[in-house]
Design a protein around this ligand. Sequence first.
Ligand code: RNT
Ligand code: ZN
Length: 425
Amino acid sequence: MSSFEAYEAAKARYAALGVDTDEAIRRLAGVPVALHCWQGDDVRGFDGDPSAPLTGGIQTTGDYPGRARTPEELMADLDVALQLCPGTKKINLHASYAIFDEENGGWVDRDRLEPKHFKKWVDFCKARGLGCDFNPTFFSHPKCDPLTLSSPNAETRRFWIDHGKACIRISQYLAQELGQPCVMNIWTGDGFKDIPADRMGPRMRYKASIDEILSEPYDFNLVKPCVESKVFGIGVEAYTAGSAEFALSYAAMNRGKCIPLMDNGHYHPTEVVSDKIPALLAFFPEIALHITRGVRWDSDHVVLFDDETKEIAKEIVRCGGLEGRVKIALDYFDASINRIFAWVTGFRNVQKALLFALLQPMAQMQALQDAGRFTELMLCAEQLKTMPFPAVWERYCAEQGVPAEDAAWFGTVQAYERDVLSGRV
Ligand code: RNT
Ligand code: ZN
């Protein structure tokens, strides 16, 4: 059977369930998903000592060869990954990926960053028609004492607040230059290894610091500041200042100024972000996500086409998230496998999950639920699992000009590893 025939057959089978495959493909093509730059270099960035450790309670493990060491290498690697990913892509930068050169005056510390340090990234995005998201970098820096925005030391807080404000200005610049909103995520690893004497003080300081960062003028239509919560990190097992309740309450009390961000690695292992999406959308006009995969803990493994990724995608679609209410980004870092493969696999899996969700007869399933017909609902949900999804995925990839089969694009990654990555020693 040709791929045309396979698609026509799949289309007919989905149509019998009341699902329009052409419409699903059309909708998915317009949904922006942000690819995180930090998978390409193990979250090191370009603004500090390249041998300094990653801090803030996060960790990359593995020593697969070929990590990007310069902006040029990272951009070249991103290009290879992006050409293999279908859909509307944005990239997601951290402030630590500032590019310093003679033209822009050379290195400055994070509190002095300016839009000009991201001009090369703007050029990169413009040439490829990409949007860009942004993150202040509150970790891996000598000014972490080890706390940042919640530090009891006023000088430390001053430095990091000024960093946050600089990042608001940079985010506004990115949005204006690229003509699409920039999601700017505030996350710190601030917390304690063991039981703190004072849980309130750090949170009050964190709150005041974010208030000050957000006092920097910005257009909320262009810059979407987020606050990302986290239950624990390495070395901050007992307490984080930016807990779930803290971040959510901050966003709720500052509607119109910032939005909540959920990373599905940041909750107790039996909690699921899929269920939290409609809970938050009942109150917030917009929310943001970091899609990742935790294995027993917040381990930031590559996103797979697994049950929870599908369930997250299903809730995004069901709750109207594709119409701009849910800002979708990826967040993982695996240094034990080919990094470009990791990027492409995770991105394609989010696309697959969204397409899989768009191919469900949601209105009919909702009607079954509302009528209490749970037997038929289970039947329908199980039937969906063996529908001819691959034929629709292949059509989508063909329309997007990317290889459909993994074996096809993996050859490109292998060739690049052989010709380019293996030469990086
Ligand atoms: C850490 C958070 C945070 C970072 C990135 C690099 O646990 O998930 O989002 O992963 O900012
Ligand atoms: Zn995250």
